[in-house]
Design a protein around this ligand. Structure first.
Ligand SMILES: Nc1nc2c(c(=O)[nH]1)N[C@H]1C(S)=C(S)[C@@H](COP(=O)(O)O)O[C@H]1N2
Ligand SMILES: [Mo]
Length: 336
């Protein structure tokens, strides 16, 4: 394999303020990893694989375009694939590709066909001014720019499958009605994600020891959502997961060799291989190291699987209960 992997970017059609054709922004990870870097890899052969052959031929064939259905919504500026099946009306945008189309692409889903789960409006993000704040139980709190994330940390790139916890809920709802909307069988997609390791970022910021109470890592998105009377989308993972080098958890800024699409978290999102999609916070603005797990409304109320005797009515009635991905028309109106 070539020691130097070059990433040539074509102009980005979806986000005009994304860097394009700028190799300095996306330096190669090729060759041996720097010794003394924050990774503890004991692999003899550290040359990362080149995944481009998996996704590059697919890029042009599934373009995203402005869709008249988005015109009267706050997502009017977002380009989307017209074939995506809209599951919750116009807004917020929750969609999956037609199953045969998803399958026709094989292992890697072109980004415009990747299923989308948005709790609210897509944030209008600017690459050059976006920052990710790392705060809480860290010795050196930081506000990282995209340039710092891209150039200041070793990049990792690998294929990751995302699946919404609601995938195939349509069938589940036929057996017993849940609070959630009807996903078909295509709420699942795989693409090649590239980003900085969360672990490296946390170590650079001096994450406190677990004895010091630094036990959880919370993520917060950028949207203003109605949940709990007004909140951001947020969730958390344990410190142990966040720092585990074998988990390859990353702050991803590229999908299939391009900057992220607005719907998938441009400019940066969490990617947690092997975890449910709901944990992979898009448009990440804040990472907070805490003792307790996230107290975010969407972590608490949306990401729960309940025993089968709990029906939708009981889940809604009881403060302590809720089902994953609860969705109501009312909420959809508020989040516009
Ligand atoms: N900020 C933010 N992050 C989010 C969400 C969201 O609505 N807002 N939805 C979550 C859910 S439930 C899923 S399944 C995945 C979907 O990611 P995708 O839209 O890129 O497929 O994003 C997760 N991250
Ligand atoms: Mo989800």
């Amino acid at each position: 394999m070539a020691a130097s992997v070059e990433y040539k970017l074509s102009p980005h059609p979806w986000a005009s303020n994304a860097p394009s054709s700028n190799l300095d922004f996306f330096p190669s990870t090729g060759g041996k990893r720097r010794s003394g870097s924050e990774t503890d890899s004991d692999d003899e052969d550290n040359i990362p694989p080149d995944w481009r052959s998996l996704y590059h031929p697919r890029l042009e064939v599934e373009p995203a375009v402005k869709d008249p259905r988005d015109e009267a919504t706050s997502d009017a500026w977002v380009r989307r694939h017209p074939a995506l099946v809209r599951l919750t009306g116009k807004h917020p945008f929750n969609s999956e590709p037609p199953l045969p189309r998803l399958m026709s692409h094989g292992f890697i889903t072109p980004a415009p066909l990747h299923y989308v789960r948005n709790h609210g409006a897509v944030p209008k993000a600017d690459w050059s001014t976006w920052t990710v704040e790392v705060t809480g139980l860290v010795k050196r709190p930081a506000r990282l720019t995209m340039e710092q994330l891209v150039t200041g940390f070793e990049a990792v790139e690998l294929p990751v499958t995302l699946v919404c916890a609601g995938n195939r809920r349509k069938e589940q709802n036929m057996v017993q009605q849940t609070v959630g909307f009807n996903w078909g069988a295509a709420g699942v997609s795989t693409s090649v994600w590239r980003g900085a390791r969360l672990r490296d970022v946390l170590r650079r910021c001096g994450i406190m020891p677990s004895k010091g109470g630094a036990l959880n890592v919370c993520f917060e998105g950028a949207e203003d959502l109605p949940g709990g009377g007004g909140s951001k989308y947020g969730t958390s993972i344990t410190r142990q997961w966040a720092l585990d080098p074998s988990r390859d958890i990353m702050l991803a800024y590229m999908q299939n060799g391009e900057p992220l699409l607005p719907d998938h978290g441009f400019p940066v999102r969490a990617i947690i291989p092997g975890c449910i999609g709901g944990r992979m916070v898009k448009w990440v603005k804040r990472i907070i190291v805490t003792t307790a797990e996230s107290d975010n409304y969407y972590h608490y109320k949306d990401n729960r699987v309940l025993p089968s005797h709990v029906d939708a009515e009981l889940a809604n009635a009881d403060e302590g209960l809720s089902t994953h991905e609860s969705y109501t028309e009312e909420r959809s109106k508020q989040s516009g």
